[in-house]
Write a new protein. Structure first.
Lengths: 424, 43
């Protein structure tokens, strides 16, 4: 690690070109050699550059000076991030001035890893991405060998997580896989396997997902990590639903529900109730399904409503299936208010489109579904495309609009291919 | 010409198994999954 990494990082964050940084201090070619690590820079030069870039001098002249105070701060911050995000928030607010310019590159790297994880825990993805980009000025695949096992593990783990949230599942898988090579304990391995199961679920390789989830569940259970065990059970439940093995799904979800009730984990209970509701939706036992889904909604409203949309979405689907349009319209207007993003909005729009179809408003159906498919295809949401494109293509075919029917059949094929191709 | 013929064949084949009927579920993933486990705790 050399001063060039630090200089490039500051320049990039402040948006200053090389020519402006070195003007009147050193020649552009000399400066470029400093950044690339070919030349060492004298303290005088670094002081002038620090002044030009408005950063403390120590930030440029002390890149190898680890500070014991910073070490303590980082340790405390990391522990809080692991244990209690709110306390970590408060800690960061209080200490952020001290953490703004950490002279030691090694310590700044540690800080960025913790900060990135802090954002990921709060699902603040753009912020996590920014910290990660800063990190990559110091850590690249080529120099990871020179770093400690712990830093390697943390870097791979955080990068795997970030890519998961960015929906780059193959990348995420690869980084988690690399992290697993540096895992020290069974628990570390369980965490990675749990996340790999989620990755495989997202790319529709359910059988591999099941293997990883079962493995994670076993380790968590052996170590009496109950919250994690429940979560692994939930993953297993959803995976069994995906392959339509409803009796296994019921079995694991009931186990999860008993455990969550015993440990008074209400947010988990709400998730489990949703998934039990989903089983009965799939088996077309709508009354039982609604009973579970509404119970789930109640708990979500009371304890944590961050995942409330998906429950509203399934309920809307039930009213569509049962053609209870009065309830569906009410349900859609409620669900529309809690959309978290455009994906949610368009998922609801597909239900609305199907409702219009059933009400014989064919023109409305056509324009809505085309709009949705356009959005799904631009955003590569292949899962959402398959069924809708198939139905629409079918509809167009029946109405002798063959050219368009072919276009949407082609889209369905493309989506199916993408899903298969994404498998590892 | 060949391309057009292929298209016609595909559409004809389509007709063989695409039968109408009410639209079914809107698809997409409907499970409520936990978030990934995000903790370092390398012990």
């Amino acid at each position: 690690m050399h001063i060039g990494n630090r200089l490039k990082k500051i320049r990039s964050l402040k948006g200053v070109p090389q020519s402006k940084v070195c003007k009147g201090i050193v020649s552009p070619s000399h400066y470029s050699n400093i950044e690339s690590g070919r030349y060492e820079a004298s303290e005088d030069i670094l002081e002038s550059i620090a002044e030009r870039l408005h950063v403390p001098t120590k930030y440029l002249v002390g890149i190898h000076d680890d500070s014991p105070t910073t070490s303590e701060l980082l340790l405390e911050y990391e522990n809080l991030v692991e244990q209690d995000t709110e306390q970590a928030d408060a800690f960061f607010e209080k200490r952020k001035k001290q953490l703004e310019y950490i002279p030691s590159i090694h310590q700044e790297m540690e800080y960025l890893l913790i900060r990135c994880m802090h954002h990921l825990k709060k699902v603040e993805i753009p912020e996590a991405k920014e910290r990660h980009e800063e990190l990559t000025f110091y850590v690249q695949e080529e120099n990871l060998g020179a770093l400690s096992n712990k830093t390697n593990y943390k870097f791979y783990y955080v990068t795997g997580l970030l890519n998961f949230y960015l929906r780059n599942y193959i990348k995420s898988y690869n980084f988690f896989y690399k992290a697993s090579k540096h895992a020290k304990t069974e628990q570390d391995e369980a965490r990675i396997h749990f996340n790999l199961a989620l990755n495989y679920y997202e790319i529709n390789d359910i059988h591999k997902a099941l293997l990883y989830a079962q493995d994670a569940k076993k380790i968590y259970m052996d170590h009496h990590l109950w919250k994690e065990t429940i979560e692994a059970y939930i993953v297993l439940g959803v995976l069994h639903i995906e392959i339509e093995d409803f009796s296994s799904a019921k079995e694991v979800l009931k186990k999860a529900l008993n455990l969550a009730t015993e440990k008074e984990l209400q947010v988990h209970s709400a998730k489990i109730l949703h998934n039990l509701g989903l089983i009965y939706y799939k088996t077309k036992e709508y009354e039982t399904s609604l009973k579970y889904l509404k119970e789930s909604l109640e708990k979500k409203e009371k304890y944590d409503n961050s995942e409330i949309f998906v429950t509203h979405y399934v309920i809307s689907n039930i009213y569509l299936e049962t053609q209870d349009f009065r309830k569906l319209i009410l349900q859609l207007s409620q669900a529309n208010k809690i959309c978290r993003n455009n994906i949610d909005n368009y998922q609801l729009k597909t239900i609305e489109a199907n409702m219009e179809y059933l009400l014989f408003n064919v023109d409305k159906y056509e324009s809505l579904i085309e709009e949705c498919l356009e959005f799904f295809s631009t955003n590569e949401l292949w899962d959402d495309i398959i069924e809708n494109a198939k139905q629409y293509s079918n509809h167009l075919y029946e109405n002798r609009k063959y050219k368009k029917a072919f276009h949407y059949l082609d889209l369905e094929l493309k989506a199916t291919k993408k899903i298969y191709k994404e498998r590892l | 010409m060949k391309k057009l013929l292929a298209k016609v064949l595909v559409i004809a084949a389509l007709g063989a198994f695409l039968v109408g009927g009410p639209l079914s579920e809107s698809a997409g993933k409907m499970g409520d999954m936990p978030r990934p486990h995000s903790t370092f705790q390398l012990m």
